[in-house]
Design a protein around this ligand. Structure first.
Ligand SMILES: [Zn+2]
Length: 148
């Protein structure tokens, strides 16, 4: 006789906001279980950040790293392939240009603005450039690049 009393609480909420079942673009909050938008980064109910199972950002990281390695190698090759004698001569007479030739624009600027390392540049920079070029070759050799 009292069939209506046994029915579970499935009373329809006509658009009052508290939907119990997620729609196509909705999901349950990982923390409080509230139905929220699927693309919601933070649950509006409890404020907990949602973690989607498939994050495309993780997959994008590896190619970026490889590109960085390739970029570093190209930079080293550029330094190592520069004519050592020319760089050392240049860095004796025109110190910032020596740095600039091997791509060390920052060092070139420092050298320029410290008035050629307080006039000690011709004694320092040719050997510094030489060391930078040797280090570049060393690093290329260590990473197994042919021809160094
Ligand atoms: Zn929540």
């Amino acid at each position: 006789m009292s069939d209506t009393d046994n029915t579970p609480e499935s009373a329809p909420n006509d658009g009052s906001g508290d939907a119990e079942t997620p729609g196509a673009d909705e999901a349950y909050c990982a923390d409080c279980g509230e139905v929220i938008k699927k693309e919601a980064e933070i649950c509006p109910e409890c404020g907990v950040r949602q973690k989607p199972s498939d994050t495309p950002t993780d997959q994008q990281q590896q190619p970026t790293q490889q590109a960085t390695v390739g970029h570093r190698q190209r930079e080293l090759e550029k330094i190592a392939n520069e004519n050592k004698t020319a760089v050392m001569l240049m860095s004796f007479f025109l110190t910032p240009v020596g740095y600039w030739m091997i791509g060390k624009t920052g060092l070139a600027l420092i050298n320029f603005f410290t008035f050629n390392y307080f006039l000690l540049g011709p004694l320092i920079v040719p050997f510094h450039c030489h060391k930078i070029m040797e280090d570049a070759k060393d690093e290329l050799r260590r990473s197994g690049v042919e021809g160094y």
